[in-house]
Design a protein around this ligand. Structure first.
Ligand code: G4P
Length: 536
């Protein structure tokens, strides 16, 4: 492949994630997007990737979910000659850490908001991570077929609660029972809502301008009048869309629609492929790497254990940052300083995976792994690069983990080690006595760990409660050494090391954290394991 063809392949890729609070419509929207790509034939093909309410301790359910989450990890399809890779993000809040890591591998995101519920808790957290990384975001306001909040109020709420600066690229004509259609501000056309089958691809009607009488004929005098007034307001209040600002993460375009009725989805998709970024450069510790450099590099953002406990191989998901990834070619695993070849790299197409010979920047390949990979590892054609930006966030729940079967301590250690590499939870080792503490985002993970240790490693563990409020990573740059010495002595009981051997302070309450910060002002406490401003 010559350079020109390679550049073309890079330029036609769009890798993104859809984020939302559970139930806002992420799964439904994903499915409709796949429908446009012809990747699936009918709605209902993408299985629901969420843990059903009330089933949290049903392990069959957990296993089922793990199976689905492999199948839907990456959904790739072609639309108008653009190769689209959707990276799936679990909606359940107990798996938020997984979502945060997946966000290191996307080049942009679509934020789905339920028009009736407005901005919800999970959306706030996820958008904050995207903002920290300046990830370009498009907002999709869903469920316009239902009564919900006024469009202006909702955009206000988005600006206030999510800290975004929005500008609508489409605007609803009515809502709920009265939803007449969507006006595409950018293209100046109207998509009429017929409430018809979700398989229909709606046609749009172009109008000359807003004074066009056709508008009144199409939606009625009253609705046309309201729309004219509202659009005047839009022009008065919101900035003009500017792609540079969107790409820099400074401006977020808004689309309206109903995923369930496949309405406004085509506008969203067409808008998306027009403005969303192709693979972006990525910062390694050594330098900034451009996607169209000829040498291959990529990093592991997700590891999935094999569903079959007899074969303990795993699938490591690599985001390709630069160059072409080729089957059977030796690549350097930087952390292990070892060359590895992959005879059956998987690429993902909608719901199936296939072995592929070549993949390009923006693509995700799944590599079979027998324990070589950890989340965050870098693979290159030879150059020493370390990709940055797969931080750990402070867990919310902490428990001591104890071995319940002394004959199986080796199995337990190995199991814990591998599950932590997969990113199921975080392990902290107390400095004082070497006791091991597991930290998780949700209580559900403790059960998952116990279950998997038993079924995949033949080890058994028990937990012991521990009162920790937050894990704070300690930054000692510019630290006063006497102060640090005193801190280490006084707080010895609360100090631990994470898997990367970074020093962590386990604060037992927000009050004690505040007091500690006041007492030791030269020490910096972070809720995230990486301190420098993050960049995608
Ligand atoms: P999630 O992945 O974000 O968690 O949400 P999901 O797509 O599963 O949607 C959650 C619920 O909202 C589903 O209903 C879905 O049918 C509904 N929904 C999604 N988009 C729209 C929309 O545009 N309009 C309306 N009215 N509803 C929408 P459910 O009853 O919970 O599940 P199901 O039995 O229909 O799958």
């Amino acid at each position: 492949m010559n350079k020109k063809q390679f550049d073309k392949e890079v330029a036609r890729r769009r890798t993104f994630g859809i984020i939302s609070h559970p139930d806002a419509g992420k799964t439904t929207l994903t499915e409709k997007l796949l429908l446009y790509g012809g990747a699936i034939q009918e709605a209902g093909a993408v299985k629901n990737n969420k843990i059903k309410k009330g089933a949290t301790s049903d392990f069959m359910e957990i296993e089922r979910q793990r199976g689905i989450s492999v199948a839907t990890s990456v959904l790739a399809f072609e639309y108008k000659n653009i190769k689209i890779n959707i990276l799936d993000t679990p909606g359940h809040k107990d798996f938020a850490e997984d979502t945060f890591r997946t966000l290191t591998a996307v080049d942009s995101v679509i934020v789905v908001i339920d028009v009736a519920k407005g901005v919800e808790e999970q959306t706030v957290k996820l958008v904050e991570v995207c903002r920290m990384r300046n990830i370009p975001m498009i907002v999709f306001i869903n469920k316009m077929d239902r009564e919900g909040k006024d469009a202006f109020d909702l955009m206000d709420e988005i600006e206030q609660k999510l800290g975004l600066r929005v500008t609508p690229l489409s605007f609803p004509i009515g809502m709920g029972y009265d939803l007449k259609g969507i006006y595409n501000i950018h293209k100046q056309n109207i998509n009429l809502f017929t409430g018809a089958s979700s398989k229909d691809i709606h046609s749009t009607t172009a109008i000359e301008n807003l004074d066009d009488k056709l508008l009144d004929q199409l939606v009625g005098d009253k609705a046309a009048g309201i729309l004219r007034d509202e659009l005047e307001l839009v022009t008065g209040i919101y900035p003009n869309f500017n792609r540079e600002e969107y790409l820099a993460g400074d401006l977020q375009p808004v689309f309206f629609g109903s995923a369930l009725h496949n309405f406004g989805v085509k506008e969203l998709l067409d808008g998306f492929i027009e403005i969303a970024p192709a693979p972006r450069p990525k910062k390694a510790e050594e330098r900034l790497v451009q996607p169209n450099e000829s040498d291959f590099s990529g990093f592991v953002f997700k590891i999935h254990a094999n569903m079959d406990p007899k074969h303990r191989d795993r699938l490591a998901f690599i985001k390709i940052v630069s160059g072409v990834f080729e089957r059977n070619k030796a690549y350097k695993h930087i952390r292990l300083n070892k060359n590895l070849k992959f005879s059956s790299p998987n690429a993902f197409f909608a719901e199936k995976k296939e072995i592929v010979d070549e993949s390009f920047p923006g693509d995700i390949v799944g590599l079979h792994d027998t324990g070589n990979f950890k989340i965050g590892d870098t693979l290159t054609s030879g150059e020493t690069l370390h990709y940055k930006g797969i931080p750990a966030f402070s867990p919310e729940h902490f428990r001591y983990i104890n071995n319940s079967d002394p004959m199986k301590s080796k199995q337990l250690a190995k199991g814990i080690d591998q599950l932590m590499d997969e990113g199921v939870a975080q392990l902290f080792t107390l400095e004082l006595n070497g006791r091991k503490i597991i930290g998780t985002v949700g209580a559900l993970q403790f059960e998952v760990i116990q279950y998997r240790l038993e079924h995949e490693y033949g080890a058994s563990c028990s937990y012991e409660n521990l009162n920790v409020y937050k894990a704070c990573w300690i930054e000692t740059k510019d630290v006063n050494s006497a102060e640090f010495k005193d801190f280490k002595r006084v707080k010895a009981k609360f100090l631990a090391h994470d898997k990367r051997d970074q020093l962590v302070f386990l604060a037992d309450s927000s009050f004690s954290l505040q007091m500690t910060q006041q007492k030791y002002p030269s020490i910096k406490f972070h809720f995230v394991s990486e301190f420098e401003p993050m960049e995608a």
